[in-house]
Design a protein around this ligand. Structure first.
Ligand code: NDP
Ligand code: A1CAB
Length: 270
């Protein structure tokens, strides 16, 4: 089944839905095949204006039209959104909600429902999401392929077992929020040393892009890449020593672990 033959509906047209809609449109999915249910009228109006798609406060209308329904409301709002969605029918349900398991989604949408749980990230906005995907018990290989096709329009998408989706959430789902303050703080250091803010910000952000691409494109271990930058008695090893003093590795590991634990906790709530 081809993605461009599917009618794709969104419940919620907030930050993540908008990012995914942008990716779908950029990849050539016709705007007539995409629509959204959004109860907050200012967000609905932005989506209409930005994407030229049909957006309504009537979730049942969206559900009626959709072959694929992407649940893009906050975890706490899913039950309420589905309760206004009318007859859910037989379609593929894709949820991007943090923590919410395929089993509890199946409880909400129907025991036989085809459900795929996905964890993208906000970098979908610039088509650079890192996305984890796992099928519910009734989802077919074709359903997983469709979900992969959707999320490949906004970055890299890979299948993981469901028991690791909380780990994906703590790592790449939340991860951009851990990197943004790093960019800001590095730029602050540059400003402290006399660079203007704009220049410092571009240098800091491009440094993060470049470092990430080195890891992906060389396939080298980050420790080896770090060693390439550290000249003996040079500037970098002094910076590394400073970071080690502040235990930044432990801080980042714990951020990911605590985010994953929170995702598990959300999953246990009914
Ligand atoms: N933000 C992120 O970086 C990521 C978020 N996620 C997941 O994506 C989902 C959406 O997050 P995000 O886009 O940030 O959230 P947003 O708040 O930006 O978007 C959700 C939108 O859904 C609307 N909404 C709430 N209830 C209903 C309803 N019953 N019917 C229709 N629309 C409704 C909200 O309106 P109102 O504001 O009025 O409630 C809001 O506009 C969450 O489940 C989150 O866990 C996953 C990965 C990354
Ligand atoms: O903070 C959250 O709950 C969501 C899920 C992953 C990123 N943002």
């Amino acid at each position: 089944m081809k993605l461009n033959e599917q009618k794709i509906g969104f419940l919620g047209a907030g930050k993540m839905a908008s990012a995914i809609i942008r990716g779908l449109l950029k990849s050539g999915i016709p705007k007539e095949n995409i629509f959204a249910g959004e109860k907050y009228e200012p967000s609905a109006e932005i989506a209409r204006k930005d994407f030229g798609i049909f957006v309504t406060a009537d979730n049942a209308d969206v559900v009626n039209r959709a072959d694929i329904l992407i649940i893009a409301v906050k975890p706490k709002d899913i039950a309420a959104a589905l309760s206004t969605a009318g007859s859910l029918g037989k379609k593929l349900f894709i949820s991007i909600a943090a923590g919410v398991t395929t089993a509890s989604l199946e409880e909400m949408v129907g025991k036989e429902a085809r459900v795929v749980r996905v964890m993208p990230n906000i970098c979908a906005t610039v088509l650079e999401s890192a996305t984890g995907i796992c099928p519910g018990k009734n989802a077919t290989k074709e359903d997983v392929d469709l979900a992969k096709a959707v999320f490949s329009t906004v970055g890299v998408a890979m299948e993981v077992p469901e028991d690791l989706l909380d780990a994906v959430t703590g790592l790449s789902g939340s991860g951009p929020a851990y990197i943004f303050p790093i960019i800001e703080a590095m730029a602050d250091g540059g400003v402290y040393e006399g660079l203007d803010r704009k220049t410092a910000m571009i240098l800091a952000a491009q440094t993060v892009i470049g470092a990430a691409r080195m890891v992906i494109e060389t396939g080298d271990h980050p420790a080896e890449l770090k060693d390439m930058v550290c000249s003996p008695a040079g500037t970098t090893i002094v910076g590394i020593q400073t970071l080690e003093e502040y235990k930044i590795r432990a801080a980042f590991m714990n951020a990911v672990i605590n985010g994953a634990e929170k995702s598990k906790e959300i999953g246990k709530k009914k």
